[in-house]
Design a protein around this ligand. Structure first.
Ligand code: NAP
Ligand code: G4F
Length: 323
């Protein structure tokens, strides 16, 4: 019989790639979606009829238990979250409710409804924040720098705690930044590649940016969802860092993106303090040795290739008059 998976956050970047991967592997895929006055499921439009969507919300404990009863999943991937770091300073309470307590709500629903489920929690390198070690591994202590990072640290610890307290098969994937042409427009990679495409097409001239010196370990989302799946196929539940072990500045990102369309970033990028954060994560670089050894996982897309793939996709979109 086909395995069944339930994905929260299926309408997001990672949810769409994970749903594709699981369908290819023969899974019956269920997705939890929030009720909205207008359904915007662009990222999974091509999967219509292949995935089964159900309304539910991480804020509503009973909707989670009902969904587990209805779908009877073997695996639950908890990808839903308020995932944009700057918003977490404007809406810290909501971020905590979704991104932190939402995890406990799902774990409680699993514990009482379907304890045999294998559970994946989408943890984040933002938990390392003001880093206490370079590179960061599963053993590096956390020092989060945003309400989002704090909420994710809670989600990580409660996942570990439920594994240890109730013997649930619950794992936390500590994923470093991962991007794709499906990335939300406000995140720095996609903001840059989309605006580069618009500038190239003569639709605007300048790109307002924040801190160009921040360094991130950027990988491709398609690779990272494969690591999520591998974590749930292990004999014993364990946590893993997923990264590329390369770090680059936002300035390099901007330089490569503009160069791809034959432009000089210095003529177009303007620093706007509105995009500078109250507290910054200056340097992220992940050590993914454990994932390589135990999961047999390796990133397949490197930084320059990733940026160029995103610029090319945005050029096509802008030429077609799309976002
Ligand atoms: P994303 O594109 O922002 O998607 C977030 C998803 O969560 C969307 O489907 C959203 O639904 C859903 N959601 C938000 N609040 C919800 C709620 N209260 N109830 C139900 N659904 C809710 O994020 P992503 O980049 O795919 O990331 C997936 C997960 O990995 C997130 O938890 C993120 O924090 C984490 N993560 C991401 C990265 C990265 O670099 N991408 C790195 C580490 C960890 P709507 O479509 O209705 O808004
Ligand atoms: O793309 P970002 O907004 O991603 P950030 O804050 O690193 O968070 C992402 O990765 C986390 C994993 O580490 C995830 F957990 C989280 O959900 C999200 O997916 O910003 C990256 C860097 C920051 O240092 C920021 O200050 O880019 C810098 N930056 C400079 N100018 C900018 C801008 N970021 C944005 N969004 N917009 C700018 O104009």
């Amino acid at each position: 019989m086909a395995k069944r998976a339930l994905i929260t956050g299926i309408t997001g970047q990672d949810g769409s790639y994970l749903a594709e991967l699981l369908l290819k592997k023969g899974y019956e895929v269920h997705g939890m979606v929030r009720r909205s006055s207008e359904e915007k499921f662009e990222r999974i439009a091509h999967l219509q009829g292949k995935v089964q969507l159900h309304q539910g919300d991480l804020l509503d404990q009973f909707s989670l238990a009902a969904l587990l009863n209805l779908t009877q999943p073997d695996e639950v991937y908890n990808l839903a979250a308020q995932s944009f770091v700057p918003t977490s300073w404007n809406q810290p309470v909501l971020t905590g409710e979704f991104t932190a307590l939402g995890v406990t709500k799902m774990l409680e629903a699993i514990r009482h409804t379907r304890p045999q489920v294998r559970f994946y929690q989408a943890s984040s390198s933002e938990m390392f924040g003001k880093v206490l070690e370079v590179p960061q591994s599963e053993d590096t202590p956390f020092y989060p720098r945003s309400p989002y990072g704090v909420a994710k640290a809670y989600g990580h610890h409660i996942t570990v705690n439920y594994r240890e307290s109730f013997k649930l098969f619950a794992v936390s994937g500590i994923l470093f930044n991962h991007e794709s042409p499906r990335r939300g427009l406000e995140f720095v990679t996609r903001k840059v590649t989309y605006n580069v495409a618009r500038i190239k097409m003569g639709l605007q001239d300048t790109l307002p940016m924040g801190n160009l010196d921040a360094k991130r370990d950027w990988g491709f989302a398609g690779d990272y969802v494969d690591a999520m799946w591998r974590m749930l196929q292990q004999e014993t539940p364990e946590d893993f860092v997923v990264a590329t072990n390369e770090t680059h500045t936002v300035r390099e990102l901007v330089e490569i993106a503009f160069a791809r369309v034959g432009l000089d970033y210095q003529k177009h990028v303007k620093i706007d303090p509105a995009f500078v954060r109250p507290a910054e994560v200056d340097l992220l670089i992940g050590k993914y040795d454990k994932a390589r050894e135990k999961l047999g996982w390796e990133p397949t897309v490197r930084f320059k290739q990733l940026v160029e793939m995103m610029v090319d996709a945005d050029l096509e979109r802008v030429k077609a008059g799309q976002r």
